[in-house]
Design a protein around this ligand. Structure first.
Ligand code: AHR
Length: 497
């Protein structure tokens, strides 16, 4: 059939900013994310580092423009007692990481290490507080320890530990997955607990008002969102979380291989990823009832693909490879976030290094950038740009009984006036030709980059780290008010006008 794909840009309708914080990441004390991941220890003389943090990782994350980083979990956050991770490292207690592999955690990477690393990265920290097994006092003291400038027991303790000025942390999670690993709470119970914690986490304690994020729903648990929105006053809540992983079976060992998958498995993963659009629409509709002015942000603070771990690795470490499937998934998901930029103002891909849909993998001194990294880096032109809404008419991509849209798209105008269009060909079987209607946008020139590979199963290895990487794109032709773009199978393209 003749391709019918048409993307029409509405340049006159730009009014919403794509918050750069939807490009956030997540670092949990899980597997090899921190230890044997980005943190190699201060005494490491083999891998170049600053205070134990790998400099190659720092450079890559800065280039990607990482806007925020969530820490220390995840499920780990509700087992974490922050005072275990301050003061002289030799004196810090060890704990058992009960959720992730039952390994011993020596607390050598703690609050100072994390917040100083964020300064090095130029990224905003997002601290996830312990509600499940902590106390109101612990969490309010953590806020004071990192944010209070004047004389107080907590700020004095911070200074004794070597940090004069507060870090002024804005983003605070009030527990994580309270319906599950965060305490198996019921929504109305958690709503009360949230009200209690957030009351004492005085938003004014530092220079900047803090931004409190309530533990949110898992995928389509709309009752959770409804109960929280109904019971928590809007002035006690700045963000409401939601987690959605692209996984087609939660059964152990049945999540499929990250690299060795059929086209039908690819489609099943993508179907889960594209559900994000409906999930956001429905959670947003509930939020609109209680917060029509959209004061509360929907924070998708865990998203990404989840497969079986790589053969031979610890099942509790969630280490998986990353292929072009993941790149397509990331591009399409970010386009969905853009579309809902008025409500979705923050999100965190799980997780930054060596865990789940990581942007970076490490092995000893070696490091590689995954296909997902390249999408986040190519798309960073959309950060804080004005969303230009698009109308999309797409062909179907059919495999067996399943049908998906073939094309996903988004557009924005940056502060310098440049327009960027991100296009994803979800169809892994064939190229797609897309007509982009510019609707009066004056363009004299089009440039761009493409991420594609011979097979959707392709990935980067430590021996061949540049197999999948972006290259200049010459598949876009400008003719008057239209662009004709030929997208290779399973590809991600970002154009600049
Ligand atoms: O990202 C891995 C885990 O997934 C997190 O710890 C938890 O919040 C979620 O269930």
């Amino acid at each position: 059939a003749v391709a019918q794909n048409r993307v029409t840009i509405n340049p006159g309708e730009g009014k919403t900013i794509i918050n750069r914080h939807i490009y956030g990441h997540f670092a949990e004390h899980l597997g090899r994310c921190i230890y044997d991941g980005f943190y190699v220890g201060e005494n490491n003389t083999k891998i170049p580092n600053r205070n134990g943090v790998r400099l190659d990782v720092v450079e890559a994350l800065k280039k990607m423009k990482i806007p925020n980083l969530r820490w220390p979990g995840g499920c780990f956050a509700d087992t974490y007692h922050w005072k275990d991770g301050i003061g002289p490292k030799s004196k810090r207690p060890t704990i058992v990481n009960t959720w992730w592999g039952g390994v011993t955690e020596n607390n050598s990477f703690g609050t100072h290490d994390f917040l100083n690393m964020c300064e090095l990265l130029g990224t905003e920290p997002y601290l996830a507080g312990n509600v499940g097994s902590g106390t109101v006092q612990d969490l309010t003291e953590w806020v004071q320890y990192v944010n209070f400038e004047k004389d107080s027991p907590m700020s004095n303790l911070r200074q004794q530990n070597g940090r004069e000025k507060p870090w002024n942390v804005r983003f605070w999670g009030v527990g994580n997955e309270a319906w599950g690993c965060g305490g198996n709470m019921k929504p109305d119970y958690y709503a009360n607990i949230y009200r209690q914690y957030s009351t004492f986490m005085n938003p004014q304690v530092g220079k900047e008002r803090i931004f409190r994020i309530a533990s949110g729903a898992s995928s389509d648990d709309y009752t959770w969102t409804e109960t929280l929105m109904k019971n928590i006053p809007v002035n006690m809540l700045e963000g409401l979380a939601m987690h959605h992983y692209s996984v087609f079976s939660w059964d152990e060992g049945k999540k499929g291989s990250a690299t060795d998958f059929t086209e039908s498995e690819y489609v099943r993963t993508m179907k889960q990823a594209l559900r994000m659009d409906e999930l956001i629409q429905k959670h947003s509709a509930i939020m609109d009832k209680y917060d029509p002015q959209k004061k509360v942000a929907l924070v998708v603070d865990e998203w990404g693909a989840w497969y079986n771990v790589e053969p031979g690795t610890n099942p509790g470490f969630l280490y998986q490879q990353n292929t072009m499937r993941d790149a397509v998934l990331a591009g399409a998901t970010l386009n969905i976030f853009h579309k809902h930029a008025d409500r979705v103002r923050m999100a965190n891909l799980a997780q930054v290094v060596n865990v789940l849909q990581a942007v970076i993998l490490t092995n000893g001194a070696k490091m590689l950038l995954t296909p997902t990294y390249h999408v986040l880096e190519m798309y960073n032109v959309h950060q804080d740009a004005t969303l230009l809404p698009v109308d999309i008419k797409t062909d179907d991509y059919e495999v067996g009984q399943e049908k998906l849209p073939a094309v996903s798209a988004s557009a924005s105008r940056d502060k310098a006036g440049k327009v960027h269009i991100s296009l994803v060909n979800i169809d892994a079987g064939k190229p797609q030709v897309v007509t982009v209607g510019l609707n009066g946008l004056k363009a004299s020139n089009v440039t761009g980059r493409v991420l594609a590979s011979a097979k959707v199963q392709d990935y980067n290895t430590f021996d061949n780290p540049n197999k999948v990487k972006p290259v200049a794109f010459n598949g876009a032709k400008l003719n008057g008010d239209n662009l004709t773009v030929t997208l290779p199978p399973a590809s991600v393209v970002v154009l600049e006008l």
